[in-house]
Design a protein around this ligand. Structure first.
Ligand SMILES: Nc1ncnc2c1ncn2[C@@H]1O[C@H](COP(=O)(O)OP(=O)(O)OP(=O)(O)O)[C@@H](O)[C@H]1O
Ligand SMILES: [Mg+2]
Length: 336
């Protein structure tokens, strides 16, 4: 009964108004060869309808695991995910297909995500949701052409018969975006979508994502290591460390007035053309390693690397507290 109601809500909600994604205390563990890795450790995050939120964090912090969990490729062990008010964990069958049309992933390597043996037309046809798969060939071609034109691939008819290897990296990423558009997504989980592209192309793909956000109200969870691009494209930034969001706020505030010592270290380690000193991921700034996720962490997960560590950090996990308007940080320095 619940499934039926949810199916109706999900199908009926393709209204171009966008939809919010709300994650509450999401946990994900992997058990491999008897080792239990607690990768997502209580993620709380909201991507408002039609908003661009950047998820920033170093390698291994759990960003891709979070995206795959949102896609329902993994089942969370605990917690709740709501999309458009519908509990994602309860979506089944055809509704799950609809969900995966409305929430789509864009990957780092567009070549790997586009089947090399298929033409762009076939690739796009395969990702159409059930309600569009019944369109005539002409209607489909029109839809694909308008999607390709929207991402700047002109004339679109030239691209439909081509294979992915005939395109440049930037064009392939545009095809990947056009493919998602044909299914009318409300939210795109873009997992480092520009990190494999030439520097000159990165900006154009980020600009395109922004334009699609403005024109079609598509929301993005933009996953990246790169704070500068996060600030460029997103209105809010969430910083992830060892499977938790440790700071969240408007993009400007998180960068200009970072509160969490981890965010401050990320900013110091990021390349900045305005800084005189050589800006590299400096191991003297970025000392230590992330915690071992197979072990239980007592206290703050950042204690082992934090320049401000004190006894409380070693025994008590910090709570997320307000540090400014719409700006939160999970650190004892602010939880007094
Ligand atoms: N299917 C899996 N089984 C076991 N462990 C996994 C699995 N997927 C991810 N992990 C582990 O979870 C942790 C987080 O990985 P994840 O890929 O989510 O990080 P990430 O933040 O996306 O990193 P990167 O920036 O390098 O892409 C890693 O320690 C990884 O080994
Ligand atoms: Mg990743």
């Amino acid at each position: 009964m619940i499934e039926q109601t949810q199916a109706t809500t999900l199908v009926g909600s393709t209204d171009g108004k966008g939809a919010a994604l709300v994650l509450k205390d999401v946990h994900k563990r992997f058990v491999q060869r008897g080792r239990d890795s607690h990768v997502l450790r209580g993620v709380n995050l909201t991507v408002g309808a039609g908003k661009i939120v950047a998820l920033v964090g170093e390698s291994g912090s759990g960003k891709s695991t979070l995206a795959r969990t949102i896609m329902r490729l993994y089942r969370p062990d605990k917690g709740k995910m709501l999309f458009d008010g519908v509990e994602v964990g309860r979506i089944r069958g055809r509704s799950l297909k609809d969900y995966r049309s409305q929430v789509q992933m864009l990957f780092q390597d567009p070549f790997a995500s586009l089947n090399p043996t298929h033409t762009i037309r076939t690739i796009m046809a395969h990702s159409l949701p059930a309600n569009r798969a019944r369109m005539s060939r002409r209607e489909k071609d029109e839809l694909f052409a308008s999607s390709l034109a929207r991402v700047g691939l002109n004339p679109p008819s030239n691209f439909l018969a081509q294979f992915p290897h005939e395109l440049s990296g930037g064009q392939r990423q545009r095809v990947a975006l056009a493919r998602s558009l044909a299914a009318q997504p409300k939210l795109v989980l873009a997992d480092e979508p520009v990190s494999m592209l030439d520097v000159s192309l990165r900006l154009s793909v980020l600009n395109l994502m922004q334009r699609l956000n403005e024109e079609l109200n598509i929301g993005y969870l933009y996953i990246t290591h790169d704070l500068a691009s996060a600030r460029y494209v997103a209105t809010r930034i969430a910083v992830m460390y060892a499977g938790e969001i440790v700071e969240e706020g408007t993009a400007d505030e998180v960068i200009e007035d970072a509160k969490h010592p981890y965010t401050q270290l990320l900013i110091q380690a990021a390349p900045d053309p305005n800084r005189q000193t050589r800006a590299m991921v400096d191991t003297t700034i970025f000392r230590g390693e992330p915690p071992n996720l197979t072990q239980k962490i007592v206290g703050c997960p950042f204690q082992f690397r934090c320049p401000h560590v004190n006894n409380r950090c070693r025994t008590e996990a910090p709570n997320m507290v307000e540090v400014g308007e719409g700006h939160k940080a999970k650190c004892h320095l602010f939880d007094v």
